[in-house]
Design a protein around this ligand. Structure first.
Ligand code: MF3
Ligand code: CO
Ligand code: CO
Length: 277
């Protein structure tokens, strides 16, 4: 834990330097590459347990470490959240409401991977479709992806975390969808979760002021129904209370002098499952 060269803001947010940006870039790129590679395996009949085994092997082959295995007792290299699962779905366990972990045509799922490379954490997630999704489902994916990017677009020194949350909330709600309040983004760096909590809703001009050198995730969860969630008795799986569909995209970013560097950009340009980018 060598943070000797960095300082903390009044809000307890660490400020990193150019060498640290390079470390985050490498870790973030690996997370993005793994999310690219898993795409062709997401098909009807695949199992979430099988997808997680692939990811586990690939993390090891890359000489990296999974941040989630052993994290608060979690035992897997990914979280896989299907349909009305909001986040923290456990690969290999039954898809809620079903008798197995097998994907069916039309299922949507978020795969969330966090890797550690040379001590730096790369955290990213995206949506995938097994087979083909109906138009109203594709619209959820589009709005969620675009809400994330609208949040990232406002990032620059002098803006606030409330500005980010407001941009996401305004876009999602403007499209008739709701923003989950029970989970948020987070600072990261040489640790998985650090200050601040990055809310995906809020009022402009509120919250901590962004400064060059901050690292954090933006990872909005957007619902077709209401924003309420509940955690199942496995203590991890979070679902929508109304059982309507939920989607999430996540990037790890760093604040630069003029905007944001996205550490987890897809090398293959396939962050969005159907549009690319
Ligand atoms: N990667 C998730 C995040 O975006 C955290 C997963 S923690 C786990 O913060 F233990 F559930 F894997
Ligand atoms: Co995260
Ligand atoms: Co994540």
């Amino acid at each position: 834990m060598d943070d000797a060269r960095s300082r903390l803001t009044r809000d307890g947010i660490r400020i990193y330097d150019a060498v640290d940006f390079a470390g985050m870039h490498t870790a973030g790129r690996l997370a993005a590459e793994l999310l690219d590679r898993i795409a062709e395996h997401v098909v009807p009949g695949a199992t979430t347990g099988g997808l997680d085994r692939l990811i586990t092997d690939w993390v090891a082959q890359a000489g990296a470490t999974s941040a989630t295995i052993g994290y608060k007792g979690y035992a897997h290299a990914s979280c896989i959240s299907v349909n009305h699962v909001v986040c923290h779905g456990i690969p290999g366990s039954k898809i809620p409401g079903r008798s197995s972990d097998e994907l069916r045509d039309g299922d949507i799922l978020n795969i969330d991977i966090t890797v550690i490379v040379d001590g730096w954490f790369g955290d990213s997630s995206r949506m995938y479709v097994a087979g083909e999704a109906k138009p109203f489902v594709r619209r959820l994916l589009d709005v969620t992806h675009d809400a994330l990017m609208k949040g990232i677009e406002v990032i620059r020194p002098g803006r606030t975390f409330g500005d980010i949350g407001h941009a996401i909330q305004a876009y999602a709600e403007g499209n008739g969808m709701s923003v989950v309040r029970d989970f948020c983004g987070h600072g990261l760096g040489r640790v998985f979760h650090a200050p601040p909590n990055v809310l995906h809703y809020g009022r402009p001009g509120t919250g901590a002021v962004l400064e060059e050198g901050m690292f954090f995730t933006v990872e909005p969860m957007i619902n077709l129904g209401g924003p309420q969630t509940k955690v199942l008795s496995d203590d991890w799986t979070a679902i929508t209370r109304d059982k309507k569909l939920s989607a999430q995209f996540e990037h790890s970013v760093g604040v630069t002098a003029t905007g944001a560097e996205i550490f987890t950009l897809s090398p293959a340009g396939r962050f969005h499952p159907t549009l690319g980018a």
